[in-house]
Design a protein around this ligand. Structure first.
Ligand SMILES: Nc1ncnc2c1ncn2[C@@H]1O[C@H](COP(=O)(O)OP(=O)(O)OP(=O)(O)O)[C@@H](O)[C@H]1O
Ligand SMILES: [Mg+2]
Length: 266
């Protein structure tokens, strides 16, 4: 099934109306996740159309990775309430594998999912096309020299940045409809940042969407829109420049965050 069609009407003066349709790939409605006393995700709602790069900004502990886990269906992150609609299908209760089959993938903030598989096989694990020559092309695209990796396994001997680049190579190979990238730029050397940006643009170019979690201002600027998360709330969504400006001006480390700590509300 295709995404939900939405019509936007723009009035220019009293006379000219422009109407266009776009398809909503992802629709999140009032998501909540509480663990113990902590409201980790607090009534989060937003939509991501086809072909959109949607940035997610916020301080450490704001709930960005938790939101990514909920969207991917990671174990322990079943929302307490709310809905996730993907291309018109309610996926709230679907497993991670079912979501992956629908075209959703998550590149983890700390990649550690697979051990003991060859790097070349790992890259094509979710790809319809096979062949080590292809894996090597994806490695090169992420600025890793195939000659150094073709005989190696995905294991603890890889550096953090190498693991991340290999994970991003596998996302590229998968050609996902929705790629959730949790800090894809963190731990990546300065000279390879452009490769990360190019892989994000490549997904957009074939009509895929990207949820791009990042702490980097330059990376957020490549998004079409962005959300600012704070204490589990996605409380502001807008153009990246607007969200960055608000974030810098208003979000200072604060012991109570949005909610008064116990005893603080006297
Ligand atoms: N399963 C859980 N049980 C209890 N607390 C949790 C659980 N998962 C996450 N948290 C807490 O929820 C908050 C949000 O965590 P999350 O990892 O989503 O933050 P983040 O925005 O990704 O931060 P960072 O920028 O540091 O990666 C943190 O305070 C974290 O300790
Ligand atoms: Mg995180």
């Amino acid at each position: 099934m295709k995404g939900l069609a939405t019509t936007v009407v723009v009035a220019a003066g009293n006379q000219v109306f422009i109407c266009y349709n776009y398809l909503i790939m992802l629709k999140i409605e009032n998501l909540n996740l509480k663990r113990g006393d902590k409201q980790i995700i607090n009534n989060v709602s937003f939509e991501v159309p086809d072909g959109e790069i949607f940035g997610v900004l916020g301080m450490n502990g704001a709930g960005k990775s938790s939101l990514a886990y909920i969207l991917m269906g990671s174990s322990g992150y079943q929302p307490d309430s709310g809905k996730i609609i993907f291309n018109g299908i309610d996926i709230t209760n679907k497993t991670m594998d079912e979501r992956a089959r629908l075209g959703i993938t998550l590149a983890w903030q700390e990649p550690a999912r697979f051990e003991g598989i060859s790097i070349l096989d790992f890259i094509l694990i979710g790809s319809e096309k096979k062949g080590h020559t292809l894996s090597e092309e994806y490695l090169e695209q992420m600025r890793l020299a195939p000659s150094e990796y073709r005989l190696r396994q995905v294991d603890k001997t890889l550096s953090g940045g190498e693991r991340k680049k290999i994970e991003l190579s596998s996302v590229l190979a998968m050609k996902p409809k929705l790629a959730i990238l949790d800090e894809p730029d963190s731990g990546i050397d300065m000279l390879s940042q452009e490769a990360v940006m190019n892989m994000i643009r490549e997904i957009k170019n074939y009509g895929g969407s990207v949820i791009l979690i990042t702490h980097d201002e330059e990376v957020v600027k490549t998004a079409d829109r962005a959300a600012l998360m704070c204490s589990g709330l996605a409380f502001k969504v807008g153009k990246p420049a607007e969200i960055i400006g608000y974030y810098k001006e208003h979000c200072k480390p604060c012991p109570t965050k949005v909610y008064p700590a116990k005893g603080d509300n006297k």
